[in-house]
Design a protein around this ligand. Structure first.
Ligand SMILES: *[C@@H]1O[C@H](CO)[C@@H](O)[C@H](O)[C@H]1NC(C)=O
Ligand SMILES: *[C@@H]1O[C@H](CO)[C@@H](O)[C@H](O)[C@H]1NC(C)=O
Ligand SMILES: *[C@@H]1O[C@H](CO)[C@@H](O)[C@H](O)[C@H]1NC(C)=O
Ligand SMILES: *[C@@H]1O[C@H](CO)[C@@H](O)[C@H](O)[C@H]1NC(C)=O
Ligand SMILES: *[C@@H]1O[C@H](CO)[C@@H](O)[C@H](O)[C@H]1NC(C)=O
Ligand SMILES: *[C@@H]1O[C@H](CO)[C@@H](O)[C@H](O)[C@H]1NC(C)=O
Ligand SMILES: *[C@@H]1O[C@H](CO)[C@@H](O)[C@H](O)[C@H]1NC(C)=O
Ligand SMILES: *[C@@H]1O[C@H](CO)[C@@H](O)[C@H](O)[C@H]1NC(C)=O
Ligand SMILES: *[C@@H]1O[C@H](CO)[C@@H](O)[C@H](O)[C@H]1NC(C)=O
Ligand SMILES: *[C@@H]1O[C@H](CO)[C@@H](O)[C@H](O)[C@H]1NC(C)=O
Ligand SMILES: *[C@@H]1O[C@H](CO)[C@@H](O)[C@H](O)[C@H]1NC(C)=O
Ligand SMILES: *[C@@H]1O[C@H](CO)[C@@H](O)[C@H](O)[C@H]1NC(C)=O
Length: 826
């Protein structure tokens, strides 16, 4: 154990080499409110139905996301996934968090908690020391402040791998910092995926100004096995007393369970304490109590984190935090966000502060994850970038990854390279990954879509360093290799760890058949997985076209698998022709309604987090066949209109994932592309603009409840940003649908150093396009290519806008590059 802790390794500090825009003239972080997306719509002051956005300091893609962890008052509806709830009690600050995620709370590791008394405190029981907040928390980019009822304030800032905290003590005469190595985010009650503390080690310097060690944890969203998180910390003041402690293993706190009686710990004067034998997972909980002189008013601590060893965590402190003052680090976080992210979109149109805050706060939240763990890969030596916290690609592939591709291709390439490197070492790319462990897959193998999008948008160029031979092999693994069944309690029918769990059906039937527990056939989420596997195979075909021409037809054909489950005569709400769950023998349950997903649109239902009606729109690569199956453009248009009629939603997809009462769900990803499909109907682009305006005005704002559900690592924010820019990417295709920009002018940094210029006139008259000029040419198509946007030194789009719903889009409708009618008529 000691040798593991003090192992000295040679390593090269990762130095960011990403291209930076020229230094911004304006501090755009002034428009960022980190609290947007922390409260739920309809539940002010609580996190119920909230975005679960992480509000603490962090760098773009920073490993460290330094924030407070709190309890919740209503564990039934709140999962405190980023540690933060507006109304709970504070149990400490910790260094590792996710942002915007749902399901199972993950991380909350590397803890400190300031205490001003030990009366009635059991340091192993956070309910005996948790603190109410007595002032509203304050957050700005790079800075967080919380003021606790015990008279202690905490101010936080962060670097890539470390954090600096300043505690001010204003009352009482005792000053303690509690370090609970077993601290983690509370369970939300999903038994199989709860986090557990397994083991730990803590050593202090003789005078107690420094400590280092590690905690080992398991579980969380990906159900990762035991893995250590190393830390190193120091105080700017010498404690007058320091004592380490240990106590018996405690089960994770269970919402509404009878709280276990937790015995107080055993304290020791020894300079180190260990949980137990190295690989033991039910080891003793350990921690330390650092007591400072009663005249201490301000106490600072630097904390570094590493997944490699604790010396490296100490080196992060030494290299990233050379001063004890917060200001320089706050400034550099601000500078980094400005240069890497915010200054990529500029406007001279400052007429609407609300809109500016919506734009820049969203850009901020879109770049908190994945975490850039380059140089921090504990599992293999690699020259490749390492990213973690894909939570999840199912959420982000639709339009967030495409945003990185357009505005930060080097970052996007690094992310792709890290996905491929996971395949090199672990046989499958992730669809979701946290704690360096793949899991859980909600639908298809959506890294395939991200890779294909990168390929067709120019990242095949050698300067991006993606090995496309390996990339295609990784995609092909998803398409051909059945992953072993993880027998997840949510879905025991096939693997949810990685790959395509329902691949056996896809290979033999051409569709995913409905789960029949009596026969033991079929798979959960049969409709949504059928359409997602179709898109995945379309993605393969687009890369295969160049790299493996012999495979092209196979994957192209397979992408049409959705037609096998299309029921041409099935009617719902006056419309005919729907996707349906079919058994393996090709029949369907006569009671099926496309308005109903099953029980709650989850793992074993026919569709995942969306209704069959919604998923019926999920054929982006072959809209022409879909439109013909729906009975032609007019019926398609009225069916699209029906998506937005309030009150037609039959089954809610659950807190954090749903908003409104229409079938279209603004709060979750399966509906993302639907409002813009009017662009596929000649002369109907204005309706996409109308929907875009309606949805944003109703569901997005600069308020704390300004996101209509879990932010999902910034996926929802990216959807909104594309709307504000007036474009929407059709992932895996060289197509951007045209909407209508919300600013009178925009400069967007694209493709390394180019500038896409968007200008408008008549914005004050209305949002509808009267005419459009693209790169100097008059334009009558409702779509653009990537080449149009990065044309020359960057494309130029000039919109003439107005209040009239003009039918300007008389040119070719967007292409259907996956067009194939298999001729099946069920
Ligand atoms: C904490 O004390 C320092 C030093 O006096 C001061 O600069 C800072 O503003 C204080 N912070 C809070 C939250 O009171
Ligand atoms: C409180 O401690 C329990 C037991 O270690 C832990 O399961 C839970 O996550 C903690 N709760 C919070 C809010 O930190
Ligand atoms: C859990 O406890 C809270 C607070 O006592 C209560 O409001 C809530 O209804 C309980 N939930 C369940 C599922 O019992
Ligand atoms: C606190 O008191 C100690 C002696 O009791 C003294 O050495 C130290 O300078 C004092 N510190 C402050 C911040 O006043
Ligand atoms: C965009 O850049 C051009 C120079 O290339 C500049 O003239 C214009 O003012 C900029 N517009 C915005 C919105 O920043
Ligand atoms: C600013 O934009 C927001 C969001 O679209 C809108 O609700 C608000 O009415 C606008 N304010 C003004 C003054 O135009
Ligand atoms: C891609 O990786 C493979 C091994 O996986 C290697 O054989 C090949 O040379 C690499 N290609 C390039 C262009 O580096
Ligand atoms: C692809 O589908 C076409 C017709 O739909 C069929 O003729 C052809 O054999 C298929 N090719 C492969 C490789 O599956
Ligand atoms: C279905 O048709 C009926 C009768 O024409 C009409 O009242 C109703 O609004 C239609 N429903 C939808 C969803 O279009
Ligand atoms: C098809 O399979 C389903 C479910 O396994 C079964 O209920 C049904 O009777 C079968 N129908 C035929 C025609 O075999
Ligand atoms: C972008 O511009 C910067 C500064 O001018 C330059 O250092 C960098 O090489 C350029 N990047 C590319 C990809 O052209
Ligand atoms: C659908 O309905 C039409 C008209 O009722 C009928 O001719 C056709 O056979 C039906 N098709 C299927 C696949 O059931």
């Amino acid at each position: 154990m000691i040798s593991r802790l003090f192992h000295v390794s040679l390593y090269v500090l990762f130095v960011s080499s990403h291209t930076k825009a020229s230094s911004p003239s304006e501090d755009l972080t002034n428009y960022v409110n980190p609290f947007i997306g922390t409260e739920g719509q309809g539940y002010p002051g609580t996190a119920i139905n909230g975005g679960n956005v992480f509000p603490g300091p962090a760098l773009p893609f920073g490993v460290v996301k330094f924030g407070i962890d709190t309890t919740a008052f209503d564990w039934t509806n709140v999962d405190a996934n980023a540690g933060y709830t507006p109304d709970g009690y504070v149990t400490g600050v910790s260094m590792l968090h996710e942002s915007g995620t749902g399901a199972t709370p993950t991380y909350g590791f590397v803890h400190q908690m300031p205490l001003s008394t030990l009366e009635n405190v059991n340091v192993l029981d956070n309910f005996t020391y948790m603190q109410e907040r007595v002032e509203p928390d304050v957050a700005s980019v790079g800075y967080y402040k919380t003021v606790l009822a015990n008279g202690v304030s905490a101010e936080l800032t962060a670097t890539a791998h470390a954090g600096l905290v300043q505690y001010n003590f204003t009352s009482g005469s005792e000053r303690h910092i509690l370090v609970d190595v077993s601290h983690m985010l509370p369970s939300s009650g999903e038994a199989q995926h709860s986090q557990f503390y397994s083991n730990g080690f803590l050593a202090r310097s003789p005078h107690g100004t420094k400590y280092q060690g590690y905690g080992v944890y398991r579980g969380g969203f990906s159900s990762r096995p035991d893995a250590p998180v190393y830390f190193c910390a120091e105080f700017d003041t010498t404690p007058e007393k320091v004592t380490l402690f240990s106590g018996p293993y405690t089960d994770p706190y269970w919402p509404n369970s009878t709280l276990p009686h937790i015995d107080p710990p055993v304290f020791t004067d020894a300079t180190s304490v260990s949980g137990g034998q190295t690989y033991y997972s039910y080891a003793r909980r350990i921690g330390g109590l650092f007591t400072f002189p009663s005249n201490t008013t301000t106490l600072k601590s630097k904390i570094g984190v590493s997944l490699i060893n604790s010396d490296k965590a100490c080196q992060y402190i030494a290299s990233e935090l050379t001063s004890w003052s917060l200001e320089p680090y706050i400034s550099s976080v601000v500078a980094e966000w400005n240069s890497e992210v915010l200054s990529k979109v500029t406007t001279t149109d400052k007429s609407n502060l609300t809109l500016l805050e919506m734009l820049y706060s969203s850009l901020y939240k879109m770049h908190l994850m994945p975490s850039d763990r380059t140089g921090e890969n504990p599992n293999w030596d690699t020259e490749e970038p390492t990213y973690d916290d894909f939570y999840t690609l199912w959420d982000t592939f639709r339009c967030l990854n495409s945003y990185y591709l357009l505005t930060a291709p080097k970052r996007a390439a690094d992310i792709v390279r890290s996905l491929i490197d996971v395949w090199r070492w672990e046989r499958f790319m992730p669809d979701a990954r946290s704690g360096n462990y793949n899991g859980r897959v909600q639908g298809g193998s959506n890294a395939d879509n991200v890779l294909a999008d990168a390929y067709i948008k120019g990242l095949s160029a050698p300067e991006y360093g993606i090995n496309w031979t390996d990339a295609y092999a990784a995609m092909k693994t998803d398409a051909e290799l059945v992953p072993y069944n993880t027998f997840d309690y949510g879905d025991p029918t096939g693997s949810v760890k990685e790959g395509r769990g329902a691949l056996p059906d896809w290979l033999s039937l051409g569709y995913v058949s409905m789960y029949d527990p009596d026969e033991g056939t079929g798979f959960g989420r049969c409709i949504s997985r059928t359409v997602e596997y179709g898109l995945n195979d379309f993605a393969l075909s687009q890369v295969a076209k160049d790299l493996a021409p012999k495979d092209y037809v196979k994957y192209f054909n397979r992408s049409a698998g959705w037609q096998q489950i299309w029921q041409h005569n099935l009617t719902s709400l006056n419309f005919t022709g729907f996707l349906a769950p079919l058994y393996a023998n090709g029949t369907r349950d006569p009671s099926y309604s496309p308005l109903n997903c099953g029980v709650w649109c989850s793992w074993l239902d026919v569709t995942y987090e969306g209704l069959p009606w919604e998923y019926t729109w999920s054929i982006p690569y072959d809209m022409s066949t879909l439109i013909s199956f729906m009975g032609g453009p007019e019926l398609t248009e009225s069916r699209l209109d029906a998506m937005f009629i309030p009150g037609l939603q039959d089954v809610s997809v659950g807190a954090g994932n749903g908003a409104g009462t229409a079938i279209f769900n603004p709060g979750n990803e399966p509906s993302f592309g639907t409002p813009f499909l009017y662009n596929y109907l000649e002369k109907r682009q204005w309706k996409s603009v109308m929907r875009s305006g309606e949805i944003i005005n109703q569901y997005y704002s600069n308020g704390r409840d300004g996101v209509p559900g879990n932010s999902d690592a910034g996926a929802l924010e990216s959807w909104m940003v594309w709307n504000l820019l007036g474009l929407y990417p059709m992932v895996t295709q060289d197509v951007y649908l045209i909407l209508s920009p919300w600013f009178s002018d925009l400069n967007i940094s694209v493709a390394c150093n180019k500038t896409l210029k968007i200008t408008t006139e008549g914005l004050d008259q209305g949002p509808y396009i009267q005419s459009l000029t693209v790169n100097g040419e008059s334009w009558n198509k409702s779509w653009l290519t990537h080449g149009d946007l990065i044309n020359g030194n960057g494309g130029s789009l000039h919109f003439v806008l107005g209040g009239e719903q003009t039918e300007w889009d008389v040119g070719d409708v967007p292409p259907s590059p996956g067009h194939l009618d298999l001729g099946i008529r069920n």
